[in-house]
Design a protein around this ligand. Structure first.
Ligand SMILES: [Zn+2]
Length: 82
């Protein structure tokens, strides 16, 4: 009886851990294959409409692709280790 309850308590944690590892693994592969992603604000167009006028995207400053969060954090971590 106690054994069954213990298994029921462990299963959601195990599934959540497996899902977290899968998502982190997928993100690591994505960061390795494509470290740059299109800017989220201008969707890679480098310009946004501001009061009806085209304006250079303030987020990417017209550079279109931006470094993903993973490589950005990795770079920051490597610079703090020296
Ligand atoms: Zn942009």
């Amino acid at each position: 009886m106690a054994d069954t309850r213990c298994r029921e308590e462990v299963r959601p944690t195990l599934i959540a851990s497996a899902a977290l590892v899968t998502v982190l693994g997928w993100y690591a592969v994505l960061c390795t294959v494509k470290p740059f992603a299109p800017c989220r604000r201008c969707v890679g167009r480098s310009e946004i409409a501001h009061f009806g006028k085209p304006r250079t995207c303030p987020r990417c400053r017209g550079h279109r692709p931006r470094l993903r969060l993973g490589p950005c954090v990795h770079d920051a971590w490597c610079h703090t280790q020296q």
